[in-house]
Write a protein that binds this ligand. Sequence first.
Ligand code: MRU
Length: 368
Amino acid sequence: MKINGVPYRSVWLNEKDGWSVHIFDQTRLPFSLDILTLTTPDEVAQAICTMQVRGAPLIGAVAAYGLALALRQDASDTSLENQATMLAATRPTAINLRWAIDRMLTCLRPLTPEQRVAKAYAEAEAICDEDAAQNEAIGRHGLQIIRDIAKTRPAGAQINILTHCNAGWIATVDWGTALAPIYMAHDEGLNVHVWVDETRPRNQGAALTAWELGSHGVPHTVIADNAGGHLMQHGKVDMVIVGTDRVTRNGDVANKIGTYLKALAAQDNAIPFWVALPSTTIDWTVADGVQEIPIEERAASEITHVAGRDPQGTQTTVQITPDGSTAANPAFDVTPARLVTGLVTERGCCPATAEGLRTLFPESSPSA
Ligand code: MRU
């Protein structure tokens, strides 16, 4: 996607040295567009843990480059296994991270140490290219859903889409998952408007989704996380679309905390609730998302404090809870498949069911 007319991806190799890895520091957005250079696997792990990079597909892609950086230092079998384990442990919920590391290991284990560095960079690049292509395809399939809604409305009527967290191009290598159809709808002239959940505690909606949509010229309004149900009751939401960090083989969906409540409100108001994902987000080993998907617990300070910019332009955090109050911070929740209208994948849309996923991905489903 473009920033001020210049095309970017969310992760790319440093053109000057050909090996270090660039990312945007997402903790600085929307106020400052800082490009970081990662040179070691520890720096990659730190960037993932602190959420300088975030979003399920993107952390997988960056971790793949992290393994390439590790092999530059030491390409032995022991180093490969240890660094892969270290990178995979940085965040627990998004399956794309584990998927990317496993893919790297599968192609690197059989090689000699001398062969590994070049192959690691090539494989990480392939992961990035495939993610960008998959998200573009998701955009095309999701666009059809928005077109279909538009056909049921008076010509030119605004189509109001609610989204939670940030599933845009900076959460992936390019395009995004939930936002890709919205970009395409806007680009072809459909009158889309996005309700952007602020997404406490880290405010990925208010900071990142609003920044992305604004940069692309897509009309949007940031709302408190608790406002969605009210808007739905008053006919102000035509569809909900979110991304996901892990989908079970039965169609349960783990996504940013608060997603489940939006799905409940959507069902109560008969509003379609779509989930957009590349197939790298499907965990075929898990059936019951509520019981089996590990939910990341993050620092209490993300609840007790909020980050922002003061009137002098300095980025800072301020405390909002009394001294001594404890805080809990589960970072994701699971929306049961029964609340999901359908899944939008790179191969098309399907019901959020085992059969639906099996039909689209027969080679991957456990019975294959
Ligand atoms: O904690 P985050 O910001 O990494 O969580 C991101 C999300 O929950 C996204 O919705 C999800 O990763 C889909 S990204 C295309």
